[in-house]
Design a binder for this molecule. Sequence first.
Ligand code: NAP
Length: 513
Amino acid sequence: MASGASRSHRNPLRDERDKRLPRIAGPCSMVIFGVTGDLSRRKLMPAIYDLANRGLLPSGFALVGFARRDWADEDFAKIVYDAVRANARTPFREDVWRELSAGFRFVQGTFDDDDAFARLASTLTALDEVRGTDGNHAFYLSIPPAAFPVVCDQLKRSELAQPHDGRWRRVVIEKPFGHDLASARKLNAVVNSVFPEHSVFRIDHYLGKETVQNILALRFANQLFDPVWSAHYIDHVQITMAEDIGLGGRAGYYDGIGAARDVIQNHLLQLLALVAMEEPVSFAPAELQAEKIKVLSATRNIAPLDENSARGQYGPGWQGNEKVCGLLEEEGFAKDSTTETYAAIALEVDTRRWAGVPFYLRTGKRLGRRVTEIALVFKRAPHLPFDSTMTAELGQNALVIRVQPDEGVTLRFGSKVPGSSMEVRDVNMDFSYGEAFTESSPEAYERLILDVLLGEPSLFPVNAEVELSWQILDPVLEAWAKKGTPETYESGTWGPASADEMLARTGRSWRRP
Ligand SMILES: NC(=O)c1ccc[n+]([C@@H]2O[C@H](COP(=O)([O-])OP(=O)(O)OC[C@H]3O[C@@H](n4cnc5c(N)ncnc54)[C@H](OP(=O)(O)O)[C@@H]3O)[C@@H](O)[C@H]2O)c1
């Protein structure tokens, strides 16, 4: 008998369902509030079409748009059509479009209009009859966060939030989930007063990315990595989300929020949780959440905050070949705005596995390149049996999970340079999604919208995760608020000098991806 055959424990990546069978949503509809907005046009409508094109939506699926414009169903269908033609991932197919668009409805109204919600209720009742949506409805709040409470309240008062006879009602909320711990608690209380937690789907679109889900496969489906996945071998971890674009046209959303609230509180802390958590008992949602909650509970800022955090605001500079202005010259930003466009923090995870390993998180706009990656940087070999000149160009080993673009994994290690002398230099061994698999990855929103319709909550942070993340970030934000203006960095560079100093104090440096 093969050595593993007698082992009876469960394989955590398997469940009872055959993974080769597509997961198709049952009868249902989705209502999008804020259907005229940027997110809806760029991501949500195209993702719904792509799901239909892949045969993953039920045949009678209905999409209901709710917005202020005085539109008929046909006007709404034209908006969806334009969004799909511009942004869908999969090819356009007339037959798929015809069937999908037969289920489009538009309800005109403002969020404080009781009559509009009554019209929405009768539209959904009619769809249950005509399209067979069967009383199952998801409400996607793609709207300014300030409007979440009023829409939740309307859904409650119009009885749209209450399912009948074993049907379901779900609400989808976009980030930001509050702007600090107190407001997040308030928001969670409002949402949970209308929808039970199992019906609340908080979108962190990073969790819908294949490369992010691959962290779980890499860690828990292999034997190779786990033995070195700890303070015994890892010197520190760097989690980076860098963007090369600025904030032209997005002042309304971004001013007063800033990089830390926009990216660290959600995406980067979720990545940290997946990298640092222990193996879950199974991949059942509650087990996965339990591990993430545990690790976020053990995560703390490294003191003193002044030396272990950095923030900056982009000044003029170059983005590729284009000369660009600084944040304060961007349209819509106050000339004295203190909103940071770069944020870096140093964290530690107080567990046996991670004691003494700093986790450095950074994000910024107008940086050198658009890249998101997680780099586990290994300790140096305790002894090198070479002359120091032979290893002058040898750095630290690193395992880099490339989240986007150029999705894949890189392992960096030292190798002999060809020639008669012994010279060791860093080389990269690459796994690339594009080369290893023929099928292209679905967009994050395809996966997440499908999971909402299926009622599969694994990839959605629960309120405890949201609140723990704010608990980590709040002290940093408070310290920054006392300091006033952030340091300026030149557009096209890798951020403010204080961020480099933050790592240099411990003899480390940021990667230049
Ligand atoms: N855009 C992104 O890439 C992105 C990424 C992550 C998260 N998010 C989040 O997603 C949500 C939507 O973002 P967005 O960029 O799409 O915003 P947006 O472009 O400003 O769109 C907001 C939508 O809400 C509607 N709206 C606002 N106030 C309303 C009211 N009182 N009554 C009825 N409708 C109202 C707007 O309708 P009108 O057209 O009539 O004004 C518009 O359709 C926000 O929570 C945002 O934080 C966005």
